[in-house]
Design a binder for this molecule. Structure first.
Ligand code: NAD
Length: 333
């Protein structure tokens, strides 16, 4: 309430800079936050606002917002950021993002949180949630398509969900495969570079995490019983797997509206190979309202498009951890 002079009570904004995130957030905490968010989305308690992502005509940058509201956790806010291809030459990360959280009861700004590392952790967590709920329990071979920045996070998160005995990998730029080999070695797993056909023949779980605009993995190459996490396609026009693979598979996603517009399903829908009603939300599997995998021969495919609520959930967790550890900075605002 305003005081006698008309002044409003001070609002303290919590600031968690990018450099603090690594010391606060864990893959396990990201997993729990993302799994709970997907569950809330499937009950209708949480929803994402339409994504905005624009080529702004300056610095070759893509810039936009992902946002939403979760009535269960009261997470409300947005992640703002994008991709600046010239950043690397300046010693900066090309992907830049920041999360702003608001108080759901008053609309006042609550926190400003670095979003770069959180994006990698929440994206890897989404893929791991799909592996937990959809991959065969006896999965032994993990296949990785993509060896960029996100790939190491993806491999580590996947390895926490099944007793993998081997990692196999393929990348459009073979010189980048050392990242996969190094990460597998960190996890104590042997690594082998393979062709895409061999990947389909050997892998029990395949993660695709590339910026490809053309299908890499063909439908006929994939073994029955495989689980595929398609994580790279998050924009109109991108594509990592042949559209026919979605017709062969049972398709799950984080959010159907994004899956059909900016996810891997955009191509299968456009080609008339599947309908929107063929796609299920992973949250329904988490909540037990969809049975998930129904046989050892079924191919399951998770179209992970990346939703704003994932960003809000991990940012809210970081704020909680920063407050608990006494490392949060506060600024009157
Ligand atoms: P990166 O730039 O570090 O790596 C890009 C990867 O794509 C590399 O493996 C590279 O070899 C491969 N690649 C580049 N051009 C290719 C082509 N023409 N054909 C096939 N492969 C090609 O990127 P990153 O940070 O690892 O991100 C990978 C992808 O994941 C991007 O498309 C990014 O937008 C997406 N992403 C998705 C989410 C989500 O929530 N779903 C979140 C973050 C990033």
């Amino acid at each position: 309430m305003a005081d006698g002079n008309g002044a409003m009570p001070a609002n303290l904004v919590t600031i968690v800079p990018e450099g603090e995130i690594a010391g606060l957030m864990t893959p396990e905490a990201a997993f729990d936050a993302v799994e709970a968010t997907f569950a809330a989305m499937a009950t209708g308690a949480a929803y994402n606002f339409p994504v905005i992502r624009e080529a702004i005509g300056h610095a070759d940058a893509l810039y936009g917002f992902k946002s939403g509201f979760d009535r269960d956790s009261l997470a409300m806010g947005l992640k703002s950021g994008g991709y600046w291809p010239g950043n690397e030459a300046k010693g900066l990360t090309n992907h830049q993002s920041t999360v702003i959280l608001f108080d759901a009861d008053t609309g006042r700004v609550k926190a400003l949180v670095g979003g770069n590392l959180l994006t990698a952790l929440r994206t890897a967590a989404a893929s791991a949630v799909s592996i937990k709920h959809l991959a065969r329990p006896d999965a032994k071979v993990l296949g990785m398509i993509g060896a960029g920045h996100q790939s190491a996070f993806q491999m580590r998160a996947a390895a926490s969900q099944r007793r993998f005995e081997k990692v196999i990998g393929w990348n459009y730029h073979p010189e980048m495969l050392s990242r996969l080999e190094d990460t597998a070695s960190e996890l104590g797993l042997p690594f082998e570079a393979v062709s895409l056909e061999d990947m389909g023949a050997q892998a029990d779980v395949i993660i695709t995490i590339t910026s490809s605009f053309a299908p890499q993995l063909m439908a006929d190459w994939v073994n029955p019983g495989t689980h595929i996490s398609c994580m790279g396609t998050d924009t109109k026009g991108k594509q990592e797997v042949e559209a026919a693979l979605l017709a062969r598979a049972t398709v799950f996603t984080d959010e159907i509206a994004q899956s059909v517009s900016i996810g891997e399903a955009q191509h299968a829908i456009a080609a008339g190979l599947i309908a929107e009603s063929d796609i299920a939300e992973i949250g329904a599997v988490i909540n037990g309202t969809h049975p998930g995998r129904s046989s050892d021969d079924e191919i399951t495919l998770f179209d992970g498009t990346g939703v704003g609520l994932q960003d809000l959930a991990v940012a809210a967790k970081v704020v909680e951890l920063a407050e608990a550890k006494g490392v949060a900075a506060h600024v009157p605002f």
